[in-house]
Write a protein that binds this ligand. Structure first.
Ligand SMILES: Cc1cc2nc3c(=O)[nH]c(=O)nc-3n(C[C@H](O)[C@H](O)[C@H](O)COP(=O)(O)O)c2cc1C
Length: 174
């Protein structure tokens, strides 16, 4: 199984978790690491992105949670790359049967993502627009890999999560 990890982190050099994850992923032959903010200072190359997606079985969108969503370049990627006739609509079946996973880090701890907590809603609720997108483009939406409370995490916890994350996204469904 070939896995494409699309990373959208605007300041990866200052990252603790996403960077550690990326470094771990790069050790694996079956994983293609594709860093959007490094690749595109200007226009996204839509054809190149579509070909990359077509060449993989599973796609991962990895990002730090920004304002209850992804950093803006991933949204732009969706707006430009998921075109009518390719990702949805008449004959738009290029991604059908592929799998989609979100890998997300949050500043807030898990206890803040619940009713009555600081953020009021769970991550499963807040990530619904991604799930709805997955439904429309015909990908199977697999459970997200979440890392809460990045600023309190120890080096050991981050390293452990990096290995666990790589193993998770490389494991076939059945
Ligand atoms: C512009 C911006 C918006 C953010 N919004 C959220 C948010 O909505 N919820 C949250 O839990 N953390 C938020 N954070 C914190 C980041 O999610 C956190 O710094 C990141 O996941 C850390 O990952 P890293 O070590 O890979 O950079 C935000 C940070 C920035 C810079």
């Amino acid at each position: 199984m070939k896995v494409l990890v699309i990373i959208a982190h605007p300041a990866i050099e200052q990252s603790t978790v996403n960077k550690a994850w990326m470094e771990e992923l790069k050790k694996h032959d079956n994983i293609t690491v594709h860093e959007l903010y490094q690749e595109y200072k200007e226009e996204i190359d839509v054809k190149r992105e579509q070909e990359l997606c077509e060449a993989h079985d599973r796609i991962v969108w990895q990002f730090p949670f920004y304002w209850y969503s992804s950093p803006s370049l991933l949204k732009e990627w969706q707006d430009k790359v998921l075109t009518y006739g390719w990702a949805y609509g008449a004959n738009g079946n290029a991604l059908h049967g592929k799998e989609l996973i979100l890998a997300v880090t949050t500043g807030s701890g898990e206890e803040k993502y619940r009713a009555g907590g600081l953020n009021h809603y769970s991550m499963s609720e807040l990530l619904k627009p991604f799930q709805a997108t997955s439904n429309l483009i015909g990908t199977t939406f697999l459970p997200s890999y979440l890392f809460y409370g990045t600023s309190e995490a120890t080096k050991e916890e981050i390293q452990k999560s990096a290995k666990e994350y790589a193993e998770y996204i490389l494991t076939p469904l059945s």
